[in-house]
Design a protein around this ligand. Structure first.
Ligand code: NAD
Length: 279
């Protein structure tokens, strides 16, 4: 069984980010990532901080904007419009979900698609679906980056994805489809999850349910990608029961040290290297 090591994949991409950043700095271009953190959601604040730390460690300027008290929706939009205009800002990253009292779609779609580094705007989603270049959400990109790093082709494969969120499951299905996989999408209303997962050559769990994927749900030799991040008894675990699945699968991503490690690097790559082809 092969461990698909996210840290190794992240290091590979970090090298690319640092080289590109060095070129930009040499040309006296100092790109900035604007992280928008609104409200008092603790995980969002922690994610914003860790993203800022990682960005700064690679030499990229990253500022966190926002307040932990309520901001008027129009003030958030004015701030985004300012970021859109400011040349040195290469990427705008809003922490999601936004507090429920805001019209999230209105706010997100104010971001200039050319600075929408997490691929959240309707424009970038449309580009992903029609195979035009644009920004692709970072977690789905991280899954593809891991498969590519380990030379695991998607062409003709049965890919089963558990989860259909707008930021992970749906764009991931599109990326797999664009790479000629046969994609099955599972969710909470799927009638027989095990019957679906057992057909998968590549099984991707993105449900956010610890212990969801047991050994008897995996086809022998399958590649299993665990996107889930769950906190159980102070420990971070994925959706996959690792010890059971490792006995059956051909390859597995661990948690921690898997997709999460690559996701943040994909964000920096989007900021520094720009848009990628979505197909
Ligand atoms: P979400 O809650 O928006 O969506 C979860 C999806 O899983 C839903 O579509 C739901 O239908 C499906 N689902 C839930 N329970 C299920 C079950 N028992 N059977 C079948 N389907 C089920 O979550 P999200 O934002 O898509 O994130 C999914 C997971 O990925 C979470 O654990 C999240 O923390 C993690 N995540 C990881 C990274 C990373 O970098 N590794 C990034 C983003 C999200």
């Amino acid at each position: 069984m092969q461990i698909l090591d996210g840290k190794e994949v992240a290091a590979f991409h970090r090298d690319r980010v640092e080289r590109k950043l060095a070129d930009l700095l040499e040309d006296n271009i100092h790109p900035e990532l604007a992280i928008l953190c609104i409200g008092n959601d603790k995980p969002s604040a922690m994610y914003a901080k860790s993203m800022q730390r990682l960005a700064q460690a690679t030499g990229l300027t990253a500022e966190i904007y926002g307040k932990d008290v309520a901001m008027r929706e129009d003030d958030i939009i004015s701030m985004i419009e300012y970021f859109n205009e400011k040349k040195s800002i290469y990427g705008i990253l809003p922490m999601m979900p936004l507090p429920g009292n805001y019209n999230a779609s209105r706010i997100i779609n104010c971001i200039d698609p050319a600075k929408d580094v997490d691929g959240l705007t309707d424009t970038n989603i449309a580009h992903l679906c029609t195979g035009r270049s644009g920004f692709v959400p970072c977690t789905p990109r991280a899954v593809i980056a891991v498969l590519e790093y380990y030379h695991i082709s998607l062409t003709g494969k049965e890919v089963v994805i558990i989860g259909r969120s707008n930021v992970v499951g749906k764009p991931l299905a599109q990326l797999c489809l664009n790479r000629n996989a046969t994609v099955t999408h599972c969710h909470t209303r799927t009638r027989d999850l095990q019957a679906e997962t057992r057909r998968a050559d590549i099984l991707i769990a993105a449900a956010g349910r610890a212990g969801l994927i047991r050994g008897d749900m995996v086809k022998p030799g399958a590649v299993v990608i665990d996107v889930g991040i769950n906190r159980i008894d102070g420990k971070t675990v994925g959706d996959v029961v690792y010890d059971e699945v490792a006995n059956v699968a051909g390859a597995v991503t661990p948690v921690p040290g898997g997709i999460g490690s690559v996701t943040t690097m994909m964000m920096l790559e989007n900021v520094v290297c720009g848009q990628t082809l979505t197909d």
